[in-house]
Design a protein. Structure first.
Length: 378
């Protein structure tokens, strides 16, 4: 990876970065956010260019992908080859403390970690901070979309494949006022608001609906629930809710036991019909390849769902279909044998691990979902 970054930094593809760095004054700190694995190579190349131009600047990485690799980075000094320090987690307060420390010649706060130091601390956050939405006139999209959050972490937090508990830590509410500032700004610019919360329970959806009151169109992520009944979906739509992203994951009973997420076919069908009637578009996350589940059963269940989405009158939906991935920070990745998984390979800078099905070392607790089996009624 380091050799590839060196080659990228020396190539013509790095010219835009080189021009950007040349236009900047000498900084004391260079901060780079790495949000997913696909950004690692570019971030390494950019770090190399920054090191060559400003050898005395402190290069600091943060972001969701870095946070997911916190234990790995703390264990191996090689991750610090081009990066001086790492920050893990939401870091509004820690980032300010770091800049103050560097400006005054003091040591960085302990939450700003070196690779290979063994011990790491989660950064200090400040959920009251409103992002600086400057230069909106330069926004390149067809329609301005502003992000907002009223919570961090997932209040469900039981899915065995999910890394949110490891990356975002314990679920907690944030003040609503900063999100409403984004709503007001979006309304003034004819834009929309996308709530980036990992999971918004119905109570928070209700509060947002009341506070937004149709001033902008907005979207949010939640899960299939009996509380998402026809009346509530109509209320959300009237308040400007245009899209809901729902984590269905699988309708196979065996897969739901592995995932620790039970959602019955009748419940799913009721929410689909309610959304169609309310005019709310749905993005549905679905996965294949759960250990211990016959592929034919997965394909049959998926075909039933696709037919329902296709044929239900008035429904606007997108099925986000992925294969199951086993990641380091998930419950499945931390204790693979307990979930019918055997890890066969790991890679540097990757949270995803290669795996194969294995005998389950511990009996999975049966799940019960209201409304019967996972099959969609005909």
């Amino acid at each position: 990876m380091l050799q590839a970054a060196r080659a990228l930094a020396a190539s013509e593809f790095a010219e835009p970065w080189t021009r950007l760095l040349r236009a900047q004054a000498q900084p004391q700190v260079v901060g780079i956010s790495v949000m997913y694995a696909g950004q690692v190579l570019s971030a390494l190349a950019l770090s190399r260019l920054a090191r060559e131009r400003w050898p005395h600047a402190m290069i600091v990485w943060g972001g969701a992908h870095v946070t997911a690799l916190a234990e790995e980075i703390a264990a191996h000094a090689i991750y610090g080859e081009l990066v001086d320090r790492f920050v893990f987690g939401y870091a509004e307060a820690t980032w300010v403390e770091l800049l103050d420390a560097v400006a005054s010649g003091r040591e960085p706060p302990p939450e700003v970690c070196r690779a290979g130091q063994r011990r790491w601390l989660r950064a200090k956050e400040d959920g009251t901070v409103v992002p600086a939405f400057d230069d909106l006139a330069r926004y390149a999209g067809r329609r301005l979309t502003l992000p907002a959050q009223v919570s961090r972490g997932c209040s469900y937090g039981k899915c065995t494949f999910c890394t949110y508990p490891a990356i975002e830590a314990q679920a907690r509410a944030l003040p609503v006022a900063p999100a409403l500032e984004a709503v007001q700004l979006a309304a003034a610019h004819g834009g929309v608001v996308s709530f980036k919360d990992s999971f918004l329970p119905v109570a928070l959806l209700d509060e947002l609906a009341e506070r937004i009151a149709g001033r902008v169109r907005w979207s949010a992520c939640t899960r299939f629930s009996s509380e998402l009944d026809d009346a509530r979906l109509q209320k959300l739509a009237a308040a400007g809710c245009a899209t809901l992203e729902l984590g269905l994951e699988t309708l196979t009973r065996a897969g739901q036991r592995v995932a620790r997420k039970a959602q019955s076919g009748p419940l799913v069908q009721a929410v689909l019909r309610g959304a169609a009637q309310a005019g709310i578009a749905l993005v549905i996350n679905y996965m294949m390849g759960f250990p211990g589940v016959e592929r034919q059963e997965e394909e049959r269940t998926l075909a039933d769902l696709q037919r329902e989405l296709r044929e239900l009158p008035g429904l606007r939906s997108h099925l986000e279909l992925n294969d199951l991935q086993v990641e380091r920070g998930s419950a499945m990745g931390r204790a693979p044998a307990e979930h019918g998984v055997r890890v066969i390979e790991r890679w540097p800078w990757s949270t995803v691990m290669a795996w194969e099905p294995a005998p389950v070392a511990q009996t999975l607790i049966p799940l019960r979902a209201r409304g019967g089996s996972g099959k969609l009624p005909r």
